[in-house]
Design a binder for this molecule. Structure first.
Ligand code: PFF
Length: 454
């Protein structure tokens, strides 16, 4: 097995990198629109509930595998499987994560490309009422979309190629503070120019009528995606952790920051949208169509606030994209003893191809349905987010809970309280596998075959 290519040389590197990974389009694009679609308050409460009861435990399991295995996602699992007399085939968890990461990279870059494009569009000023037509026109342009996602993809590849200290850590030290300043600035602006009380009430009020199986699935899927669980990123970043850093404490910090930013994103968007008379339930076009319309209504100040908002989204997306590329680059460079530059170049080529397929789903192949899914973009998103991530998350939970039970050293974990330790193992062994597989089965039956139970 190839040894690890390096270690963070300080204790904040993991916190910054994992927070940069977690806080992304999922928080600022995904969370608000899903909260909007699922009736606001109930979704938010369920989301927080699942973050604490299932997300954090599985997050810790993934970081633990990396920190103890000290290598890329595949080799880490193989090492730990061997040490615990388990089958080498558990490495399927690592391969599954890497596959998910490549597919996510493919479609994530396309959404991020859209974000950059919208930064320029909003800066140049948009006429009131024109946002929908602009979105339709932009989506139809294959070459323009290709140009935007390429800038984003190769920019993040450049950082990853430079290694974990000189590339990732250095970039995160710069990107994360900027991200937090921008989020607070947007919340502040929303509070002044929008209807803050309405936003707050939308985000937190309990609407029991909206409760359905779909809401539970949406909340849990969103929680796992937002925390970057199930793709090998946390294993890779965990493997670079200095030896004295504890998995439990570091994980809690990252998960809290991630959830905080998702709520803040809601508090930036909802007061503005509601205050100007728009409903925040437009679905995945919320930040593109609804918000562009909001900025248009704000007049010339919108030409300043709009680009700031899209810049925030782009920064968040960029730090996440770096982390999406890391598992596969670490795997290639360690497994085949190649330089990071060469490994990154190969991964860039793969991701470029996947992004082209994803772009085509918006225009040239728009009406090519893949089974029950509308187009290639939707199919990629579904296969990675709804199918693979929960499967890999379940696999990690079972692997740590059942196979590594005798090897859960507290030097690495840092869970001092015995009852909490037992609770964590119980969740990994029973609660999360059963619950995640139930949700996975119900969700897939509904999406693929239209079968609904409640
Ligand atoms: N957590 C990121 C977001 O919320 O946008 C996306 C992501 C990054 C998912 C890294 C998975 C991952 F491994």
């Amino acid at each position: 097995m190839a040894a690890n290519s390096g270690q963070w040389n300080n204790n904040t590197a993991f916190l910054l990198a994992a927070t940069g990974s977690a806080v992304g389009l999922g928080n600022i694009w995904g969370f608000p629109y899903k909260a909007g679609e699922n009736g606001g308050g109930l979704f938010v409460l369920l989301y927080i509930f699942f973050v604490i009861t299932l997300g954090l435990p599985v997050f810790m399991a993934e970081v633990f595998i990396g920190k103890k295995g000290k290598s890329n996602p595949v080799s880490s699992v193989e090492t730990l499987a061997k040490a615990s007399n388990s089958s080498k085939s558990w490495n399927i968890i690592g391969y599954g994560g890497i596959l998910a990461s490549l597919i996510i990279a493919g479609y994530y870059a396309v959404i991020a490309g859209f974000v950059i494009n919208y930064g320029f569009i909003s800066a140049s000023g948009v006429d009131v009422g024109a946002a929908e037509a602009i979105y339709t026109a932009e989506k139809a342009n294959f070459w323009e979309m290709t140009m935007w996602f390429s800038i984003f993809l190769f920019g993040s590849g450049f950082v990853v190629a430079n290694g974990i200290d000189k590339g990732i850590d250095k970039a995160m030290r710069f990107l994360l503070p900027m991200l937090f300043v921008l989020v607070f600035a947007m919340v502040g602006y929303g509070a002044i120019a929008g209807d803050f009380a309405a936003g707050l009430s939308y985000l937190f009020s309990w609407k029991a009528d909206d409760f359905s199986a779909g809401t539970i699935q949406a909340a849990i899927g969103q929680a796992f995606f937002s925390m970057s669980i199930g793709m090998g990123t946390l294993m890779a970043f965990g493997s670079y952790m200095p030896s004295d850093q504890k998995v439990s404490r570091a994980s809690s910090v990252v998960v809290t920051a991630d959830t905080g930013v998702a709520l803040l994103a809601g508090l930036a968007i909802f007061p503005l949208a509601l205050g100007l008379g728009f409903s925040p339930n437009a679905g995945d076009t919320l930040v593109f169509v609804t918000m562009t319309e909001v900025f248009a209504q704000l007049g010339s100040i919108g030409q300043f606030v709009g680009p700031l908002f899209y810049f925030l989204l782009a920064v968040a997306a960029f730090s996440s994209m770096i982390s999406i590329l890391e598992p596969s680059v670490a795997f290639l460079s360690q497994k085949f003893s190649m330089t990071r530059v060469k490994a990154t170049s190969i991964i860039m080529a793969v991701c470029f191809g996947l992004s082209l397929v994803s772009v085509a789903g918006h225009n040239v192949w728009n009406d090519v349905a893949i089974g029950a899914l509308d187009n290639t973009f939707e199919a990629m998103k579904y296969f990675a987010d709804d199918f693979l991530l929960l499967l890999v998350g379940t696999g990690m939970s079972i692997f740590v809970g059942w196979r590594l039970q005798g090897a859960l050293d507290n030097d690495i974990l840092g869970i001092e309280n015995k009852a909490l330790m037992n609770l964590w193992v119980f969740i990994l062994k029973w609660v999360s596998p059963i619950f995640l597989m139930l949700i996975w089965t119900l969700g897939n039956l509904q999406i693929l075959f239209g079968i609904r139970f409640f």
